[in-house]
Design a protein around this ligand. Structure first.
Ligand SMILES: C[S@@+](CC[C@H](N)C(=O)[O-])C[C@H]1O[C@@H](n2cnc3c(N)ncnc32)[C@H](O)[C@@H]1O
Length: 648
């Protein structure tokens, strides 16, 4: 379960936050202003403030924010706890629309302080339903810099556990009037188990435009898409995120064990993988596209060295571009660094490295040229986030633009009529590649799209819910058996990708659940399938029947009373329900104007019984909607004790 927990130093609290090698390395490496070194070190030793982010799509998130501020923060002033004075949570100045908040409070304090108990319950309920996510402040930066639009094809190469992927998916869905964006997010991780963390994290966003896959990013497979005339062409991405595996020495404030484990050899070991992942990301990026490279390490061997080596290898096809977020403090990337071997000897250039160590300390770890070469690379455009600048973890991020196909992508260069490849560039070779392995243990349920064989199911659903122009062929099941239980919906491009690549791409998960076989065993039901709350945003625009408008008073009654008396519903609603035959349905609340108390549309899955009517959603979803209405905790609790059953 994904719970809101604030960093607790727990068993790590006795760890000594000292490491002589680390201090020596960073002092000598001079990769940031030495005069600030004491400040830097002191900040690194302080616990990290907890930060949480309101997730989800714009108007929903704004409404939740409004209610959170009003119900939980309005009267909150400084609190004295023991000997500490604790300030109320504050929004991060650089995160858009006040959707990310920082607090000095730890978990125990939040739970124990009487003024914060309601806030604690709110956080737990919203984390369970996926509307609040705890995420390190600096980790929120790469997706913001990626500048994702709803038509973009985005590849997240090292995505698990998925906090950045969640931001990307939210950005894809930024157009609230279109629940099925043209763009997609392909979220990948090499670790099969961690891919299921992604399934959980991304599943909470109910997007039909996301695919979770399981590959080594440095060798990521060529995904093909069928064009309008049925030819298979390689998919090129508009945006790529390379949030690569790293030594994590920027996370010492949170992961205190890094103080003990830190060693200069970690960066040396990781550099090669990072470099190969970045190069593969650049290959798969389309010309004109943008890639964000990030690490939670401050070591130039994992940061500027990787970026510089990739730029050099790409022979003028890639550049670092200026990036910034208003209100964010950071230091420019460095153009000078040295490499330290296991015996703590420093080398300025690869030539200085003794022959027997050259294999370990590769050329790509060093600055690849003299001052003039380095100046042209503009590594100062890379962003180094230091812990003392804004009370965050340490982080590195660079935004790269691909201006033309890479020198060894000759076919693509030919296709781009305007591209100018010159003779010297074409000599540059593609990096060597490992052979791709298909682990024998890889096993996933199949992805089976509804076809003409499923006519009976399709027409039953179509006629019962009055679906108009709904692409039933974009609905899939995860079984080949006749009796399908769950039906998932994907966008057109996702379907294209799944069908075209299933023999060489390890797809773990995709689709948003839209229909589920009804648990109701009554034989007189017109449709065996019911709607699912997760898929309501996708399916509602296609429904010509069984969508009933509802006023906020009735919404509140439904949410607070699990089985409201029919006669307690408003007359208006009862009148509308008269024409609705028993079965699954949607209640649709639409605000009269932007100043309405609840100023965003709400779609609530419901069930029409013969003599009753109620909602059909689980308790977390119910709690979330109550928070959307701003219902105070006291009023909610009564219902939690009386009802709160899972789906019925
Ligand atoms: C820094 S974490 C990613 C964090 C993630 N982007 C987020 O925001 O939640 C690095 C991830 O890379 C994965 N990884 C390690 N080596 C990889 C490789 N060669 N290809 C793809 N993923 C890899 C790890 O399993 C890990 O989940």
């Amino acid at each position: 379960k994904f719970r809101f927990t604030i960093v607790f130093q727990g068993s790590y609290k006795d760890i000594k936050k000292e490491n002589e090698k680390y201090e020596h390395y960073y002092k000598e490496q001079k990769c940031f202003d030495v005069s600030q070194f004491d400040q830097f070190l002191e900040a690194m030793k302080r616990p990290l403030p907890a930060v949480f982010r309101i997730t989800g799509y714009k108007k929903h998130a704004k409404q939740l924010l409004k209610n959170m501020k009003r119900n939980h923060f309005e009267d909150l002033t400084e609190m004295v706890i023991g000997e500490e004075t604790i300030k109320p949570p504050v929004p991060l100045p650089w995160y858009p629309d006040e959707l990310a908040w920082q607090t000095d409070l730890n978990r125990g304090q939040i739970r124990k302080v009487p003024q914060l108990q309601n806030f604690h319950s709110f956080l737990i309920a919203e984390s369970e339903s996926g509307h609040i996510t705890r995420q390190e402040a600096v980790s929120m930066i790469p997706p913001l810099l990626l500048d994702v639009r709803s038509h973009h094809k985005v590849l997240d190469m090292c995505a698990a556990p998925g906090s950045k992927t969640a931001q990307i998916v939210e950005l894809l869905h930024r157009d609230e009037n279109n629940a099925i964006p043209d763009g997609i997010c392909v979220a990948n991780d090499k670790d099969n188990k961690r891919c299921y963390m992604l399934v959980h994290q991304i599943g909470r966003l109910h997007s039909p435009s996301t695919i979770i896959v399981n590959h080594d990013a440095s060798n990521f497979p060529e995904i093909l898409v069928k064009n309008d005339v049925g030819e298979e062409i390689p998919l090129r991405y508009d945006r790529v995120l390379c949030d690569v595996p790293c030594s994590g020495d920027g996370t010492m404030r949170k992961n205190t064990d890094v103080w003990v484990k830190w060693n200069q050899a970690n960066a040396i070991y990781l550099h090669r993988t990072q470099y190969r992942i970045l190069l593969r990301g650049l290959e798969l990026l389309g010309s004109g596209g943008q890639l964000v490279y990030s690490t939670c390490s401050l070591n130039p061997i994992e940061d500027e060295a990787v970026v510089a080596a990739a730029i050099q290898h790409c022979g003028g096809a890639v550049e670092v571009i200026d990036a910034d977020l208003p209100g964010l403090k950071w230091s420019p990337g460095v153009s000078k660094w040295r490499v330290m071997d296991r015996d703590m000897n420093w080398y300025e250039t690869h030539d200085e490295v003794p022959e027997n160590k050259k294999k370990n300390l590769s050329y790509s770890m060093f600055p690849p040229g003299g001052q003039d070469v380095m100046e042209k690379m503009h590594l100062e455009r890379c962003m180094r986030l230091l812990p003392h600048q804004q009370d965050t973890g340490g982080f590195f991020v660079a935004v790269l633009r691909k201006t033309k196909p890479l020198p060894w992508q000759k076919d693509e260069a030919k296709m781009e009529t305007k591209s100018e490849t010159n003779g010297s560039e074409t000599k540059i070779q593609a990096p060597p590649r490992k052979k791709r392995k298909w682990e024998p243990g890889f096993k996933e349920d199949p992805f089976v799209f509804l076809s003409s064989k499923d006519e009976a199911t399709s027409s039953q659903i179509t006629s019962f819910f009055g679906l108009k122009d709904f692409p039933m062929d974009q609905v899939l099941t995860r079984t080949t058996s006749e009796k399908k239980k769950q039906l998932y919906f994907v966008s057109k491009l996702v379907k294209n990708i799944v069908e075209t690549n299933i023999d060489h791409v390890k797809v773990i998960n995709t689709g948003v659940r839209v229909f589920s076989r009804s648990a109701n065993t009554q034989n007189d039901l017109e449709c065996e399938f019911r709607l699912v709350q997760d898929g309501s945003e996708c399916i509602e625009p296609f429904m010509a029947t069984r969508v009933v408008p509802i006023q906020i008073e009735d919404v509140k009654r439904f949410l607070l009373e699990e089985q409201p008396k029919y006669e307690d519903l408003s007359e208006q609603l009862r009148e509308k329900l008269k024409d609705v035959a028993p079965g699954s349905m949607i209640y649709k609340y639409q605000p009269e104007n932007d100043d309405a108390d609840v100023a965003c549309e709400l779609l609530l899955c419901g069930w029409r019984g013969t003599f009753s009517s109620r909602l059909y959603m689980n308790n977390h979803e119910r709690m979330h909607f109550l928070n959307m209405l701003g219902v105070p905790e006291g009023e909610k609790k009564e219902e939690k004790e009386n009802g709160g059953e899972e789906e019925k």
